[in-house]
Write a protein of this length. Sequence first.
Length: 241
Amino acid sequence: MAARKRDRVTNMVKGELTDAMVRAGYMPYEPLVESNDGAFWFKSDAVGIPNTIAAVQALIGYSRDGATRCTGTAFLISPRVGDALQSIPSDALLKGDRPDSPFHERVDYRVFNELPGLELMGKAPWVITEADVPIAVQWFENRVSGAVVKWFDDRNSIEKLIRVAEEPIPGTSHDRINPRVLRATITLCIVNGYFTDAAGLMTAHLERDHVQPNVDSFDRVAAFDRALADRFPEYRRARGR
């Protein structure tokens, strides 16, 4: 009985949230791979950067007593970047990544609870009864129309994305950027024809102190640079080779 009630409430959340996302300009979307049970996705092509998709993942979770909660994550996705990175040798990728990983297409992402304004809105509310469903959907809808829009707006051009990719990780030194976002941004510049920008990002990155041995290293960055130059002649020329 409890399981049937939970499933009914979950289906109501999914149905009403889908209607709300469609009103907001998003359409249901199926990514190449899904690693989370209970996740469903939406996308919008109105990003501003060619070969990119604005995607929102809604994730259903449950408490021990059977209550339901729907949290979210915003993604900037580029299938073209994913295709390009699948040809890169393992020793040029971040440590632990595989060339055939379907996650290469994810340029950047941010969990809703990490976006600004949470102190005003609170975390996603728990849904216990059918009467709670509109509250949960409204919370999600408010995040999408507020902080999520701002997050995508900060990444709606190559120029803005380059600035984001070069931002230090909060609370670290000026050299500690997010290597995954930077590599994806360099590749996105290349597939969109911004070869000079890609070369500039790589030059600056090779001059950094690479103090992230569990993820990246100078040797891996140099191998990544060589692999891109081998595959993309225009990038090789922009790098002065």
